[in-house]
Design a protein around this ligand. Structure first.
Ligand SMILES: Nc1ncnc2c1ncn2[C@@H]1O[C@H](COP(=O)(O)OP(=O)(O)OP(=O)(O)O)[C@@H](O)[C@H]1O
Ligand SMILES: [Mg+2]
Length: 196
């Protein structure tokens, strides 16, 4: 079972036209496995206003990561959203095509993944991947922005190690680097934190 508690963050207020920023209605996600269909998220409904913090609490395996991954439309191949509606700032998220979704990801909806090691490519230096997130692929401005950002949150000790690969960092270091980029660098309207 997943429980929710909420609090206001920053300046709360309704989205334009009084819509909640995020509205999830009867969302269901199912995995196809060798043993058949596994329902991982069953009829989940909640709303989130702009500026509000909502905490989801549930035992291990109750579907928290699956729910957040579904909201980003980044589910693994063997998973499908089988029912429900998701509204984000007036947009029907589940009917968006992939290129529309790509415009929202990172810039307007950020995700701090539960396992930073598996969400980064093992074969690309960490700094390069962080710059991709900040600046889009091959953008020219990422390096300066990245050092400014990391310096500002006390991670400057990692700055001269950013040409290292993910396995050369601790889980906590990768987590803090991703939080700095996803939350502070991008300042998305909606930040999904699977490991707050
Ligand atoms: N790729 C997958 N294939 C099949 N089943 C999966 C897959 N990923 C997750 N599941 C199943 O979906 C259910 C929900 O898993 P999920 O990772 O969303 O839980 P969680 O609430 O995030 O757990 P935790 O608190 O441990 O992070 C579990 O029963 C899990 O075994
Ligand atoms: Mg999880």
């Amino acid at each position: 079972m997943v429980a929710a508690s909420r609090a206001a963050a920053g300046a709360p207020g309704p989205s334009p036209a009084g819509l909640p920023l995020l509205s999830v209605r009867d969302l269901a996600v199912t995995f196809r496995t060798r043993d058949g269909e596994v329902p991982a998220v069953r009829e989940v409904s909640f709303e989130l206003a702009r500026g509000e913090i909502l905490g989801l609490v549930g035992e291990s395996g109750s579907g928290k990561s699956t729910l957040l991954t579904a909201l980003m439309r980044m589910l693994p191949r063997n998973a499908a959203i089988t029912a429900g509606r998701v509204g984000f700032d007036g947009t029907d998220l589940l009917s968006l095509r992939e290129h529309g979704m790509r415009r929202l990801r990172g810039d307007r909806i950020g995700l701090i993944p539960q396992r930073p090691m598996t969400s980064l490519s093992p074969a690309t230096p960490v700094g390069r991947q962080l710059r991709w997130h900040l600046d889009g692929l091959d953008g020219p401005d990422g390096a300066g922005r990245l050092s400014e950002l990391l310096g500002g949150v006390g991670l400057d000790a990692l700055l001269d190690r950013l040409d290292g690969y993910p396995f050369e960092f601790s889980g906590g270091q990768l987590q803090r680097l991703l939080i700095a980029v996803a939350a502070l660098g991008k300042q998305p309207d909606l930040l999904l934190a699977d490991e707050p």
